[in-house]
Write a protein that binds this ligand. Structure first.
Ligand code: GLU
Length: 451
């Protein structure tokens, strides 16, 4: 086999969505597995809908996922002359013709394919109009798809596809084939929604007598309800998952599992997939996007990441200040935090306990404040277990439950009703800071009480 060269060919008309990212990932894994090349082609010929902003957003999405590409991206819009050159080559070989029929009204492709009559101007020798490809009129076109097997269509069911519109613009069908050929693409891996396009594009590969790349179509992605994955199911673009606080490894893992599996392996990084992936084990049945699994993957990758690295990621994720003192304290409570959170967002929120509270979600009675202060001052060792032991002892001698004491304590120190383990938090904050927070609570409470 010649050296593998695959491509991801997004149209920059939106952010990188989950379906596109899955296509990009499968191409990337396949390329890396075969020490081949993963290329990008920006399909930006629709000048009205494509923007520079979306292009950058897609590239950033790929970078964030760690899907590095090997050559400068190819911009389809810059290759118009080459697309026209191929079209004219076909014309000069008698394989294409100018057609002056009025453009067809927008008929659904299924109906169009029933239109078996060849165009009446096929041999007329017009010199202007839309340039169409002459398809063979008899026989069967057959595509051997790595995933879907043999897919066939009668030539007669296709139409003579337009290569260049009467306004002189090459069509998408022409551009894709010429670009794939010029880029030396060996395998076309893309969503099964392109399968009909593949069949039609085959006509062009054949007409040019170019060797058609191998094709592998990936099953469409559906939501948990079995319907096509869309906004209805939640966030659809990779960037939204980034903002929600998911790690790229978790998103890649979820993407990898959409249409491909290896035994029962649930957790798989893209690097691991490089050694075990095979196009032959991509399934035909609907791929599913499962948000619960994504949370599970995220929790797993967060919990297994070295603290230093995760803190660095968090620093870039939040706008919270990350000074040295904060980082030192964060490191101490981190092992307890990562066990309990599912996203970077939740992690950052949990770390907020290292800052004095801005608001209090519950009122704390004076008696409780005095009790907390007494126990704290009597505690001999300022360390998590010793602090807990002191509060437990207090509860024993005063015949009350620990939670009755720990809850007001939590509110005084963190402002919240739920927090990372409070004795650990206090041990990290230190006696002075804890006392200051209690004082802060009292000051705020007295302010809100005064008329
Ligand atoms: N630009 C097309 C899309 O975004 C992909 C075309 C292709 O992969 O050949 O769906």
């Amino acid at each position: 086999m010649s050296k593998v060269r695959v491509r991801f060919a997004p149209s920059p008309t939106g952010d990188l969505h989950i379906g596109g990212a899955r296509t990009a990932l499968f191409n990337w894994v396949f390329a890396r597995q075969h020490q081949g090349q993963f290329l990008l082609r920006i399909e930006d010929t629709d000048q009205k809908r494509c923007t520079e902003e979306y292009k950058n957003s897609i590239l950033n999405g790929l970078r964030w996922l760690g899907l590095d590409w090997d050559e400068e991206p190819v911009y389809q819009s810059r290759r118009k002359d080459r697309h026209l050159e191929v079209a004219h080559d076909l014309l000069s070989k008698g394989l294409a013709y100018y057609c002056v029929c009025p453009p067809q009204a927008a008929t659904p492709p299924e109906e169009k394919s029933q239109n078996t009559a060849p165009c009446p101007c096929r041999e007329a020798g017009h010199v202007s109009g839309a340039l169409r490809l002459k398809r063979p009129l008899k026989g069967t076109l057959s595509c051997k798809d790595v995933v879907y097997g043999s897919v066939e269509v009668e030539y007669a069911q296709l139409d003579d596809m337009v290569l260049v519109r009467s306004n002189g613009m090459p069509t998408y069908m022409l551009c894709v084939v010429v670009d794939d050929y010029d880029m030396g693409i060996t395998h076309i891996i893309r969503g099964v929604d392109h399968l009909t396009n593949t069949l039609r594009q085959m006509l062009l590969w054949q007409a040019m007598d170019w060797e058609m790349p191998e094709c592998a179509h990936l099953p469409l992605i559906h939501g948990q309800d079995g319907k096509k994955f869309s906004k209805r199911h939640g966030a659809v673009s990779v960037i939204e998952y980034q903002k929600l606080g998911f790690l790229p490894d978790a998103v890649c893992n979820a993407l990898m599992r959409m249409g491909w599996g290896h035994d029962d392996t649930e957790l798989v990084t893209k690097e691991e997939a490089v050694s075990i992936f095979s196009l032959a084990s991509v399934g035909k049945s609907k791929a599913q996007f499962d948000l619960k699994k994504l949370y599970h993957y995220n929790q797993h990758y967060m919990a297994n990441m070295p603290t230093e690295i995760l803190l660095e990621i968090l620093k870039n994720y939040t706008s919270d200040p990350f000074d040295e003192d904060f980082i030192n304290k964060a490191k101490q409570i981190f092992p307890e935090i990562v066990k309990r959170v599912k996203t970077l967002h939740e992690c950052a929120e949990a770390l907020q306990v290292l800052h004095a509270p801005k608001a209090y979600l519950e009122h704390v009675e004076d008696d409780a404040i005095n009790m907390v202060r007494d126990v704290l001052l009597s505690c001999e060792k300022w360390e998590s277990d010793a602090l807990e032991a002191s509060f437990r002892e207090y509860c024993l001698t005063h015949d009350c439950k620990l939670v009755a004491v720990a809850q007001p304590l939590r509110v005084l120190i963190t402002g919240k009703k739920v927090s990372p383990p409070i004795f650990l938090v206090m041990s990290v904050l230190g006696l002075q800071e804890v006392m200051e927070r209690i004082k802060q609570y009292e000051e705020q409470a007295s302010k809100s009480e005064s008329p």
